[in-house]
Design a protein around this ligand. Structure first.
Ligand SMILES: Nc1nc2c(ncn2[C@@H]2O[C@H](COP(=O)(O)OP(=O)(O)OP(=O)(O)O)[C@@H](O)[C@H]2O)c(=O)[nH]1
Ligand SMILES: [Zn+2]
Length: 297
């Protein structure tokens, strides 16, 4: 049988085989020998035993994998931002999007609280950069049907600064969702925000959501952000200009004859996105060589 690991707890992997049941599976010894650890989000094959228990047989190839939080096969990050208080710093969006780009994971920018502020600048920036960008209001319900459509049939993970409205949006998408999350946390006997426990939830419309406190603050030590030379590839709107700078190995920071800088000047790349790139580039350059190697997958 085939299924998806929705949660991992005390040595059991809870696999959704698609029929509504959650099968508690043990891993096989061979996973340990191969140093392969099943992750939440993994698509697996398993053998059904008595009752609702089973054994994992194999892990199917991963589309992508994150370390902190530990989760696999995320189709898209839903990056929640806001033009109203607490106003989102675009750098936070760009950092997390850059990580996602490096892992073959789409990013959807959701501008919440549009009942209070239309977040015009953010809307322009991310539409221009080529991201699906949506205005929503968890309060009035505006844009929620469109978000539901974007999430249908996919595994999405929510991220965004505190107070931006992630829980409110999930609740607007599905009114019993937050209740469900609360119940699970109670069973674990710990609060939602004190653990890196990841769990996937199925929503009614065939969407799966990863709810994890970790996604509200992705670790800065993600591999992509440690390599200055590959950073340019994680800014999708730079693509048409790469390889067109005067000097090979151009950093696109302040070099003469830089095609990226020319595009910024011409308004084809937003200043804000480029500023984030420069900040990430400078940070990556600070990372000592040994640490870069250590973080390589
Ligand atoms: N006016 C307005 N207020 C909203 C909207 N969405 C959320 N809020 C309010 O913003 C506050 C924070 O919302 P939460 O859903 O708790 O935010 P969060 O992103 O889950 O926050 P953390 O759990 O801290 O990460 C609450 O008081 C919500 O009522 C919206 O679309 N419009
Ligand atoms: Zn350049």
């Amino acid at each position: 049988m085939e299924g998806v690991i929705l949660k991992a707890l005390s040595g059991f992997y809870y696999v959704d085989g698609g029929d509504g049941r959650l099968i508690a599976c043990r891993g096989r010894g061979k996973f340990r020998h191969q140093k392969l650890s099943p992750l939440v989000g993994d698509r697996v094959t398993f053998t059904l035993l008595e009752g609702e228990s089973g054994i994992l047989d194999s892990i199917l190839p991963r589309k992508n994998q994150f370390h902190r939080p530990a989760v696999a096969n995320i189709d898209q990050l839903v990056v929640v931002a806001s033009g109203a208080v607490p106003v989102t710093d675009p750098f936070l969006i760009d950092r997390v999007v850059s990580i996602a780009e490096g892992r073959g994971c789409e990013s959807v920018i959701v501008l919440n609280k549009c009942d209070l502020d239309a977040a015009e600048e953010l809307y322009q920036t991310y539409t221009q950069a080529g991201f699906p960008t949506l205005r929503v209001s968890a309060e009035t319900g505006e844009g929620i049907p469109e978000l539901r459509e974007i999430m249908a049939g996919k595994v999405s993970a929510f991220t965004g600064n505190s107070g931006v409205g992630k829980s409110s949006i999930l609740n607007a998408l599905q009114p019993d969702f937050c209740l469900q999350v609360g119940e699970v946390s109670d069973k674990l006997g710990r609060g939602r925000h004190t653990t890196r426990h990841v769990e996937l939830f199925r929503l009614d419309h065939g969407a799966i959501v990863a709810d994890t406190p970790g996604f509200s603050s992705f670790d800065t030590e993600e591999t992509e952000l440690r390599r200055p030379e590959t950073l340019e590839r994680t800014f999708r709107e730079f693509a048409p200009y790469l390889g067109r700078c005067r000097f090979t190995g151009c950093a696109h920071v302040k070099e003469k004859g830089c095609a990226v800088l020319a595009a910024v000047k011409a308004g084809e790349i937003s200043k804000s996105r480029h500023a984030s790139y420069v900040r990430l580039y400078e940070q990556a350059k600070e990372v000592p060589e040994w640490q870069r190697k250590e973080s390589a997958d």
